[in-house]
Structure formats: C-alpha cells, structure tokens
Design a protein around this ligand. Structure first.
Ligand code: C5P
Length: 323
C-alpha cells in the first residue's frame, strides 16, 4: 500500500501550487545571537508574482519514497532539495509513510535572495497538509518550516506582506500594499546567504562601527505600511558588503537606481536587485533602458494575496492504519 498514514484522510489526486518569490522592502541585520549563531533581524517581506510551480501526488502503488523531479533549472541533487527535506519532515511529523511524486518547475533564480528554495519548501508543506487531511495545525507547519530555513515561515503565513523579526521567523502579517510593478535585475552571480552574514559580521567587528546596529522601530510601529513610508525607510544592510565585493551586483544596483524607481534595493543577501515603480509605464520604460544596457531583467509585480492551491479532485479514501 502506498499511503500508510495512521488514521489520516488522504486526498486522491494532486495538489498544485505556485510558490512565489519575495523581496525584502526593508532588511536590517542586528546583532548575532551567540547561542544560535543566527542574527536578529528586522525585515518587511513582500511576495511577488514570479513563482515556481509545485505539484504533489500521493502514489497509489509502490514502496514509500519521495520522488522529486525538477525542471527549468539545475538546482542540485533532489535528495538535498528543501522540497524533499520538507516532505520528509512532514511525513515524519504525522508518522506516515507514502510514495510522493513531486514536480517542481523552477522559474525563480537560485542564490539571488529571492527566497525560491524557501518558498518551494513552504508550498510543499501546504500541499501535503491538504493531501493529508489538514493533519497539522498552522503553528506546527510554522515550526517545521522554521527548522528548514529562516524565510520559510513567511511563505506559510498566508499574507503577501509581513513584518518579520527574530531570525526572520517571528511574523506579523500587514495589510497588503497596492499592487506595484517590480523589475528584478539578475546579475548572474550566486551569493551564499551564510557568507553574506559572515562578511557583515566581519565588517562590523572592524573599527568605526557602533557596538550594536540600530533597529528601525518598524516592528513596534502601529498602523499599516504604505509605499511612501517604505520608500523613505528602504534599507538593506547587506548593501554594505555584497555589492562592494561583487562588481556585477554593484553595476546592477547603480543601473536600477539610475531609472529612478520609487524604491530600489538588493534583495535579501543578493545577488538580485530590484526596483518598485509607480506604474507599468514607468516600469516598461525602465526595463527598456536596463535591457539596452545588457542587464538581465524580469518584470513582475507585488502580490495582493498569496496563491491558492489547486486540487485536482478524485474522491477521498481513508488510508489504513500504520503498522
Ligand atoms: O536559515 P537559513 O538556512 O536561510 O540561513 C542560512 C545561513 O544564514 C545561516 O546558517 C546563518 O549563517 C545565516 N543567517 C543568520 N541570521 C539569520 C538568518 C540566516 O546569521 N537571521
């Protein structure tokens, strides 16, 4: 039997879900927590329309296995993919064995600070919870997600815009911002997040830096966010260390800023940079300029709501008890 799931109800068929990318509209890196090695941060996550597509099916026959097939990009061995790790963690938590067939169409570039791997992992957890009869509470999914990566909880929080603190896993969803066009500029270099944090910690250990970086007070602030105040506060602390050591990133950032977007930043720890524009005309014009300068540009927009899973229904069966 392929799905041995305690007394879980297993949906037949398949769940398909878009896993959106994110940008950070504010990203302040605060001190390192010596106990965990992670930095405290304060950030505003914003999901965008550029998305990977994930689909999961619970197989009817064969030995238990998690089979992941990735198309669209070479993202390394399936066994190490965050989707595979998310699926295994989910099955372990509900005490189930199953044969899962997972398809992942990659569109979000990796190593770009756009949260692709984290979003895929969150989508896998959401899809599996649907297929396995909503066995896990949102708080348990959050816990599983946080163990996979600091950005995963954001993609589970149900809001396209959220304030985050702690190591990025403490979240407060805020009212969605009006949809705005976004240009992502991809310098084609891969930045490892851990290296970027390391570089920042080193830079700050040097002379001329205050003992503790200042938080911006976003987290304690009442009320909603709006584009004007975000544009005024836009900051990404990684800009102190990532562009200076990667000329292609520095060049992309300068080029985006030259097109006078409403807000422009490095995304996460890079390498992607992005601009948010007032309207689609301004974005289209900026895109032309950037492309004629030889930049690799993806035109997208901010999301007002998170993508809904699509279920291909084929009845419901009650799986046999385990053991
Ligand atoms: O959680 P995630 O796997 O995305 O983190 C990758 C690396 O980035 C961590 O191993 C850590 O070195 C660094 N990191 C950090 N503080 C955070 C998030 C990540 O130092 N809040």
């Amino acid at each position: 039997m392929s799905a041995r799931t305690g007394d879980a109800v297993v949906e037949r068929g398949r769940v398909t879900l878009d896993a959106p990318a994110k940008v950070n509209l504010v990203l302040r890196v605060l001190e390192r927590d010596e106990a965990t090695g992670y930095h405290r941060l304060e950030t505003v996550f914003q999901a965008v329309a550029l998305a990977d597509r994930l689909s999961i099916e619970v197989g009817r026959a064969g030995a238990p296995a998690v089979e992941l097939e990735v198309s669209g990009a070479d993202v390394g061995p399936p066994e190490e993919n965050l989707v595979t790790r998310a699926a295994r963690a989910f099955l372990a938590r509900i005490g189930a064995e199953a044969r899962l067939r997972i398809g992942l169409e990659k569109r979000i570039p990796a190593g770009a600070g756009l949260g692709g791997g984290s979003s895929d992992a969150a989508a896998a957890l959401r899809a599996l919870n649907i297929l396995f009869g909503e066995r896990l509470a949102p708080s348990t999914l959050h816990e599983l997600g946080a163990a996979l990566g600091s950005d995963v909880p954001f993609f589970l929080c149900g809001s396209p815009t959220a304030l985050a603190w702690g190591r990025g896993d403490r979240l407060r969803p805020v009212s969605p911002l009006p949809v705005a066009p976004v240009l992502l500029v991809l310098p084609g270099v891969h930045v490892a997040t851990a290296d970027a944090y390391e570089a920042l910690a080193k830079e700050r250990a040097g002379p001329g830096f205050p003992a503790e970086p200042r938080a911006g007070g976003l987290v304690g602030r009442e009320g909603e966010l709006d584009w004007a105040s975000l544009a005024a506060e836009a900051v990404n602390d990684f800009e102190a260390v990532v562009p200076p050591t990667r000329p292609r990133v520095a060049r992309a950032l300068r080029a985006v800023r030259d097109t006078a977007p409403r807000l422009s930043l490095l995304s996460g720890s890079g390498s992607a940079v992005f601009g948010v524009y007032r309207d689609t005309r301004a974005a289209a014009h900026a895109r032309e300029i950037l492309e004629s300068g030889g930049h690799d540009v993806v035109e997208t927009r901010t999301l007002e709501r998170v993508p809904e899973p699509v279920r291909t229904p084929a009845g419901v069966e009650r799986a046999p008890r385990r053991g």
